[in-house]
Design a protein around this ligand. Structure first.
Ligand code: HEC
Ligand code: HEC
Length: 425
């Protein structure tokens, strides 16, 4: 099977008519969508962030610190609990190294707790490891095929291209770090132990936008440093012929790749035939509509008409991604360190990895096990037709035997356990 990164038509999403025409309408500003997303500040005392198509003014090149110094500062900022309001929540509170740089920050509903009691993000926390391999958002047409696939971008809906522009969203989001303004963050950085080093590295500035950009650049340096892409899992050692997989793990790997069984590697890409870990990122950076069940524990979901539509609600300054076929599609996460996570899927509906794999195995053969109401109940009726029902393991029908039996599910779960890097101390 081809392990290339080119787009393959994918089930329902692969048969889209192209309603997406004007592709390169560049726009200088980032238009926030009408709805509040996780990480999206409700009120921002700053100019809207710019997209990488029209980058924010770069830091003065004369004062550009070296990469190691930026990354070291970024790490201090990442773990700094004084940067929230009230104090106590750092980036690492949600992106916890013990959980593969993801986590719930003490919440049990599937999405993370913010800095204030009772305030939760609206999506599950993704891991921030291996982000240096994420490419900007783009659409891809297979030559001569009437299909379009979306790839790349940060967040579950790929809405930001520039990693340095991401941090201001959690810093200012009232449900996450809850700072009132860019100026209040700047004041905290000033008073931090590393304040003088920060000024020395990035230059003193009274401009909040400029300082926030520097904070973003420092964090981006840290997040793209080798520390966050260690490739030190058992799987990495296995493809480099340093350890063997157990019989169960090896079976899991086979099922993961078998297009008649798990079919997982269609989207969670890997290449176990060459000793190059970078070729096994366990994502193709694409988007798919998996039709995960509604998470009844989410307070945003108390309103029965509230739905998180993912990709089609992404603000699209450059590439139009607002066609209905994209509603319900979320970015395929990397499965590296997935066994360390506390909750799974964009809405955090699952809290056990075995449940996730069982869901894949029997979503279409035993839907009543997964959906309290109609199938694909976390989407409005008109978007349910875009859920992927064509590819393994989804391409069976109610009453058929599930794609994977219990022993096979256990094997895939065991294999996924080989993707964990040792937790840093
Ligand atoms: C309260 C929990 C919380 C805190 C604190 C938090 N994040 Fe996040 N982070 C999230 C959630 C939830 C998402 C996904 C949001 C979405 O997709 O809409 C996310 C997404 C991200 C992403 C995108 C990852 C990807 O795979 O595309 C990055 C990068 C990131 N956060 C960095 C940070 C940094 C840096 C900080 C500190 C300045 C931080 N986060 C603080 C919860 C948090
Ligand atoms: C057609 C593409 C596709 C296939 C095939 C696929 N996945 Fe996924 N996977 C996704 C997408 C997209 C998501 C995120 C869905 C969401 O949150 O709505 C996901 C999420 C996951 C997650 C949750 C990760 C997290 O960070 O929360 C796990 C675990 C997972 N997949 C495992 C598997 C396994 C095991 C298989 C094979 C049995 C598989 N996937 C097959 C696209 C795919």
């Amino acid at each position: 099977m081809s392990q290339s990164m080119t787009a393959a038509p994918r089930g329902a999403l692969g048969t889209w008519a192209i309603s997406v025409t004007a592709v390169c309408v560049a726009s200088a500003t980032f238009a926030y969508g009408a709805r509040t997303r996780a990480h999206e500040p409700a009120s921002v005392a700053l100019a809207p962030p710019t997209m990488s198509s029209a980058p924010a003014p770069k830091l003065s090149s004369v004062s550009r610190p070296n990469e190691a110094a930026r990354s070291a500062l970024g790490k201090l900022i990442f773990f700094d609990k004084s940067l929230s309001e009230p104090e106590g929540t750092s980036c690492a509170s949600c992106h916890d190294p013990a959980h593969g740089f993801a986590g719930n920050h003490g919440s049990t509903v599937g999405v993370p707790l913010g800095s204030r009691a009772g305030h939760f993000g609206i999506r599950n926390t993704p891991s921030v490891m291996y982000l240096k391999f994420t490419r900007p958002f783009h659409l891809h047409w297979e030559e001569d095929a009437p299909v379009v696939d979306a790839y790349g971008g940060f967040f579950w809906d790929g809405r930001v291209d520039d990693l340095a522009e991401v941090p201001k969203q959690p810093l200012l989001n009232p449900n996450e770090m809850n700072n009132a303004s860019g100026a209040s963050i700047v004041a905290k950085i000033e008073h931090a132990e590393y304040g003088a080093d920060f000024r020395q590295a990035f230059g003193a500035s009274t401009d909040a936008e400029h300082t926030l950009r520097s904070v973003g650049e420092a964090l981006a340096s840290y997040l793209t440093s080798p520390e966050l892409a260690p490739f030190s899992s058992k799987y990495d050692q296995f493809i480099q012929h340093r350890v063997a997989l157990s019989t169960q793990e090896a079976l899991g790997l086979d099922l993961f790749k078998d297009s008649a069984k798990g079919g997982c590697s269609e989207c969670h890409k890997l290449n176990d035939t060459i000793p190059v870990p970078e070729r096994s990122l366990f994502t193709d950076h694409g988007f798919d509509s998996v039709g995960v069940p509604r998470n009844a524990k989410l307070s945003v979901d108390h309103a029965p008409d509230h739905f998180d539509l993912g990709l089609c609600q992404r603000p699209n300054p450059k590439f139009h991604s607002d066609s209905p076929e994209f509603c319900g599609a979320f970015r395929t996460p990397s499965l590296r360190n997935v066994a360390l996570r506390q909750s799974f899927m964009h809405n955090g509906v699952f809290s056990s990895l075995r449940d996730v794999v069982s869901f894949y195995a029997s979503r279409s053969t035993n839907p009543r096990r997964w959906y309290r109401g109609p199938e694909f109940d976390d989407l409005p009726t008109q978007y349910r037709e875009y859920v992927n029902v064509d590819k393994a393991p989804y391409n069976r029908h109610a009453g058929d035997a599930p794609a994977l039996d219990d022993r096979e599910i256990d094997a895939i779960v065991a294999f996924l356990g080989t993707l964990s890097d040792p937790v840093p101390r």
